[in-house]
Design a protein around this ligand. Structure first.
Ligand code: LLP
Length: 404
């Protein structure tokens, strides 16, 4: 669950060769700490797996919403990934990070006129049409990117309903028959699907790919992302290699072997690379006999437990050997729901301890807020024993920096 480039020595967690307690001292907490080597290894893994399994053209594209940070995007641009952007802001970041525009995919179910114009002007390679009207708006703008149509394949999958997107009733994309009609009047290079996120099985993908096959014969198939990652011990997920193999096998069987295949993982590229460091501020007994451990962050830096009931684990960065009494790790926000981790054994936690929650690289920084006037944490890259700040911590001044 901890990043590839991490270890525990004498009970102390080291990330990218950096002592995590020293990181907390130097950069303060909360802090998102990222093992750069883990990002690179995952990117290479996906690229290698796609090349090995699929003889034809295709590419792996990072869904930038999972960690929309220039430094992360720059690493993935260097590693040869493409990039999925779902707004003008994400497009701006991707261009700034150095992606060649042809490798960008513009998504979104409510693209504005300005976002479409921005994409055309930048020379974005692929626009994924969410609806028919968008095709007409684009035609009016006289643009030339490759077009894919996002199809809702009508499959359900086993994940939290807030992150399920391929089922009937989804707000994304168009029905298969609408895509078929669109293809009759617009030059569509291919189809796109994205059926949900944090998925733990290949079955719904197979059903969805079969549904795409029924729409018609195209050159390009973008099969989306959604591969789940293990957040806590015992979380059963599909390994990245197996996911790629399964996606490619289903595509070959249903769509043919010569197609251009695009895979669009977000979470699986970044989740495990990142951990969050906090400082324990208070420890007290709860009424049910549990120990309540309050840290200096919470729902402002990790909204996922509150939004999706997502489970995380926690440990003390200086006493990683575990054991101890059952604790509930809570944040500092004025809400009862601000609980980061439930039922975790922590060895005698004390104020001042550095507490770490692993697997926070995906959708943590991305969905952070300033709730309760808490400045958003920095992002620290660690590699080869060196730590560098790639996003600075917000200041109190930043909190009123937009006042006019
Ligand atoms: N492609 C498209 C078109 C997407 O909408 C998404 C995610 C992805 C790819 C990447 O999905 P991933 O591989 O990361 O599962 N905030 C939620 C996740 C929302 C995902 C939205 N779309 C969370 O924290 O679980």
């Amino acid at each position: 669950m901890y990043p590839e480039d991490s270890s525990v020595e004498g009970g102390v967690l080291t990330i990218g060769g950096c002592d995590s307690r020293a990181l907390a001292r130097e950069f303060g907490t909360p802090a998102y700490v990222v093992a750069e080597a883990d990002l690179r290894a995952r990117a290479r893994g996906f690229i290698r797996a796609l090349a090995e399994r699929h003889g034809g053209p295709g590419e792996v594209v990072f869904a930038s919403k999972a960690f929309p940070c220039t430094a992360v995007l720059r690493v993935f641009a260097e590693e040869g990934l493409g990039c999925d952007v779902a707004s003008g802001g994400e497009l701006h970041l991707a261009l700034r990070a150095g992606f060649t525009p042809e490798r960008l995919y513009l998504h979104g179910n409510a693209k504005s006129e300005a976002e479409l114009a921005m994409a055309l002007e930048a020379g974005v390679g692929t626009i994924v049409l969410d609806n028919e009207g968008e095709a007409d708006r684009l035609a009016a703008l006289d643009g030339g990117p490759r077009l894919l149509a996002r199809v809702v394949p009508g499959v359900d999958a086993d994940t939290h309903e807030h992150i399920l997107t391929g089922q009937a009733g989804s707000k994304f994309g168009m029905a298969p028959d609408v895509a078929r009609a669109l293809a009759a009047r617009v030059d569509l290079a291919g189809l796109h699907m994205h059926i949900g996120s944090q998925l733990r099985s290949l079955d719904p993908y197979r059903r969805a790919i079969a549904a795409l096959a029924a729409v018609g014969d195209f050159e390009v198939y973008d099969l989306g992302g959604g591969l789940g990652v293990p957040y806590v011990d015992g979380d059963d997920v599909v390994a990245a290699d197996d996911w790629v193999a399964g996606m490619v096998a289903a595509a070959h069987a249903e769509l043919g072997e010569g197609k251009s295949l695009v895979l669009e993982p977000g979470r699986a590229l970044v989740a495990t690379a990142g951990v969050t460091l906090y400082t324990v501020e208070s420890v007290k007994p709860g009424l049910a006999g549990e120990t309540i451990v309050a840290v200096d962050g919470g729902m402002s830096d990790n909204l996922r437990p509150m939004l999706y009931g997502a489970a995380y684990s926690a440990a003390l960065a200086g006493r990683m050997d575990g054991g101890g009494s059952v604790s509930t790790v809570v944040g500092k926000h004025c809400e009862s729901g601000d609980v980061l981790v439930r039922d975790v054994a922590l060895p005698d936690p004390r104020p001042g301890d550095v507490l770490v929650t692993p697997v926070t690289g995906a959708y943590g920084h991305a969905m952070a807020s300033n709730y309760n006037g808490v400045p958003r944490p920095p992002v620290i890259f660690c590699s080869g024993g060196d730590a560098r700040v790639v996003v600075r911590r917000e200041t109190y001044e930043d909190l009123h920096g937009r006042d006019v």
